[in-house]
Ligand binder design. Structure first.
Ligand SMILES: Nc1ncnc2c1ncn2[C@@H]1O[C@H](COP(=O)(O)OP(=O)(O)OP(=O)(O)O)[C@@H](O)[C@H]1O
Ligand SMILES: [Mg+2]
Length: 326
């Protein structure tokens, strides 16, 4: 449904989008994840034909963004980062206006507006001016205008940003429901959002695609690169010299103090290999004993942080670690 190929967009010296390619299959809800400034909005603006890519291309529902921008926009519902709402209009007038602009004719228009009021739960505020609405209700009006022409594809730029926890749950439920029939690309920097709503995700950082897969695939991948914790009973000097010489160990260190001749170690296998069996065999051969052996689980949060925080200064890390995933 969406096929982006080698998209590049520069703003002066900034490469906002750097050679990004991905696809979104029909009926898929793809989470577009990345820290602030990663290039999510820029990519979405290219796909919705609000911005022209410097190079690369994309097709949306089979139409090329450069050659058929009008056909592309007809098939897309786009919720921008800040929805351009008209504050003086009432909700119902605004939705009528949008329906008209979308070319929905007289008879169909009232039905479309009523349907949107229903779907986005706007019943109580239809006569209120948009300017007087709370942030969450404004966001719902934004979603209503995104959906009113019943597009096949939804491109939602941080649909839950600024909402309270109840509203977040409501909007997520709505997106999930919509995702049953439509193709959805949604951006977020909130990880639980991805697990809650998306069937697959791609992670971008500094304009580049750094990972893609289902949430499970990504955490599996990370846990393969994860660490093994082992408690060995035996003579510490011999244990350390053996591990230091073992080709299958990338690095290791002791965890805490030894308790008598019991030593707890954390190890990483070379080239991401699982070293449980190597460890077990070594312990047996040497005549030591094994008190504990397990792989450390890696959460999706850690995957995300690892992928998007490498090669950055500590200041950026500290600043970003305060971005609370809710
Ligand atoms: N119109 C513009 N002029 C100059 N630079 C821009 C413009 N739009 C975006 N950028 C830059 O491009 C980069 C990517 O921005 P973008 O808005 O796509 O990030 P984002 O992933 O949507 O971030 P956020 O999570 O903060 O919304 C940033 O460095 C940004 O400053
Ligand atoms: Mg953005």
């Amino acid at each position: 449904m969406i096929e982006a190929t080698n998209l590049v967009k520069r703003f002066g010296p900034t490469v906002a989008v750097n050679d990004i390619s991905f696809t979104v299959a029909k009926g898929e809800v793809l989470g577009f994840l990345g820290p602030n400034g990663a290039g999510k909005t820029t990519t979405m603006r290219i796909l919705t034909c609000f911005l022209v890519a410097d190079s690369g291309t994309a097709t949306v529902a089979g139409y090329d963004i450069h050659e058929d921008p009008i056909e592309v926009r007809r098939r897309i519902g786009y919720l921008p980062e800040t929805a351009p709402l008209y504050n003086d209009m009432t909700v119902v007038d605004y939705l009528n206006f949008i329906a008209e602009a979308r070319g929905i004719r007289n008879g169909g228009r009232k039905a479309a507006v009523d349907r949107m009021i229903e779907v986005t739960s706007l019943k109580g505020v239809t006569k209120q001016s948009i300017g007087s609405l709370s942030r969450g209700y404004r966001q719902r009006v934004g979603l209503a205008q995104t959906l009113i022409h019943d597009p096949e594809i939804l491109i939602l730029d941080e649909p839950t940003s600024g909402l309270d926890p109840n509203q977040i749950i409501e909007i997520r439920e709505l997106i999930k429901r919509l995702g049953e029939e439509k193709t959805v690309l949604l951006s977020t920097h909130i990880l639980p959002e991805v697990s809650a709503t998306c069937s697959r995700m791609i992670i971008i950082d500094q304009g580049e695609l750094v990972a893609s897969g289902t949430p499970e695939e990504l955490s599996n991948q990370a846990s393969r690169e994860g660490t093994t914790v082992v408690s060995i009973r035996g003579p510490l000097p011999e244990i350390t010299s053996t591990l230091a010489a073992a080709p299958w160990v990338a690095d290791w260190h002791q965890v805490g103090e030894s308790i008598g001749d019991l030593h707890r170690l954390r190890l990483r296998g070379s080239e991401g290999r699982d070293i449980a069996e190597d460890l077990f065999r070594t312990v047996v051969t040497k005549g030591w004993s094994l008190a504990e052996l397990y792989r450390e689980q890696v959460s999706l949060e850690e995957v995300f942080l690892r992928l998007t925080m490498s090669e950055r200064g500590d200041a950026a890390k500290e600043e970003r670690s305060e971005v609370n995933p809710e």
